[in-house]
Design a protein around this ligand. Structure first.
Ligand code: AMP
Ligand code: MN
Ligand code: MN
Ligand code: MN
Length: 287
């Protein structure tokens, strides 16, 4: 079968990582699905941060329009002093192990948001927590992205990326350390719920080469199976680098826009590059 054969998974426009208002996306879950349809997506996963609250609504609209839909989540993990994101695909979004693990993670996120608000207060930015809450449609899921949007709206900085660079990344005044899930736990929750664990946007982590290898050692030992080779957060060089890693490690490959909204995301739903033809698409296991 050649990669261009219609029956080949490579011929399918799969987008397996994006966000709705249930976490830090701009569109409701229903509108994410409609935009994906309009963009020609054949297979969509909604993967909100630490949340499954959008899955039912998205699945309903997808089913009504004949779009193949995969229940997903993007779990925040701490590893080697860095925050790592592990995507779970094809999960049972009602499985108690996954649901309870994510509920704990969200409780920690709430406490962290308060600390971010206090840290910004110390550098003279008042009421940032209330401001972030105005941008967070889900009060249980306040993200740094909501703080960034508030600071842009308040005229503190011109755009979200500049806010991150000046205030919200490690070493900047609004950054607070936080212990997210353990890698083994996040992969375990996903597997307990019948899903496939995927390392999200691996080029984005500030890890040494040795720590990155250790990340994949631990991920695979825990039962993780895939890596985002094509990501909206990757350059073409980074894509080639992680295609090599997928080959060397025998991992399935994912393709993902990581779309948050038209004004904030460089890559729209379904508009990613194709996967290199020799890699096995993770979605061959999801269809
Ligand atoms: P949090 O989970 O609260 O740490 O927020 C992480 C989210 O902030 C990511 O999922 C992105 O949506 C956004 N984000 C992180 N870093 C940046 C950045 N440098 N520029 C713009 N958005 C970012
Ligand atoms: Mn995000
Ligand atoms: Mn991420
Ligand atoms: Mn994401």
């Amino acid at each position: 079968m050649t990669p261009s054969h219609p029956a080949s998974p490579h011929a399918i426009n799969a987008d397996l990582h994006c966000h709705s208002t249930v976490s830090d996306g701009w569109l409701d879950p229903e509108d994410v699905v409609l935009r994906a349809l309009a963009n020609g997506v054949d297979l969509l996963a909604l993967t909100d941060h630490d949340e499954l609250g959008g899955i039912d609504a998205a699945a309903r609209v997808a089913s009504a329009h004949g779009l193949r839909f995969v229940a997903g989540v993007e779990i925040s993990v701490s590893f080697a002093g860095e925050t790592i994101h592990i995507v779970g695909l094809g999960v049972d979004h009602r499985h108690p192990v996954l649901v309870d693990g994510l509920a704990q993670l969200r409780a920690g996120r709430d406490a962290r948001a308060k600390r971010i608000g206090e840290a910004l207060e110390r550098v003279g930015i008042r009421d940032a927590l209330a401001g972030a809450h105005r941008f967070a449609r889900n009060p249980a899921l306040v993200s740094r992205a909501h703080f960034a949007r508030h600071l842009v709206a308040a005229g503190v900085m011109p755009d979200v990326k500049t806010v991150f660079d000046h205030y919200l990344v490690r070493g900047k005044p609004g950054f607070v350390n936080h212990a997210w899930a353990r890698l083994e736990d996040a992969v375990g929750w996903i597997r307990a719920a019948g899903g496939i664990a995927v390392v999200a946007h691996p080029a984005r982590y500030r890890l040494s080469g040795a720590d990155l290898e250790r990340l994949f050692d631990c991920f695979i030992a825990a039962g993780g199976e895939a890596v985002e080779v094509v990501s909206g957060a990757h350059t073409e060089d980074e894509m080639r680098r992680f295609a090599s890693l997928a080959r060397r490690r025998g991992l399935l490959a994912s393709r993902a826009s990581d779309f948050h909204g038209a004004a904030e995301s460089a890559v729209d739903l379904g508009c990613c590059n194709p996967l290199p033809a020799d890699l096995q698409p993770v979605w061959s296991r999801l269809m």
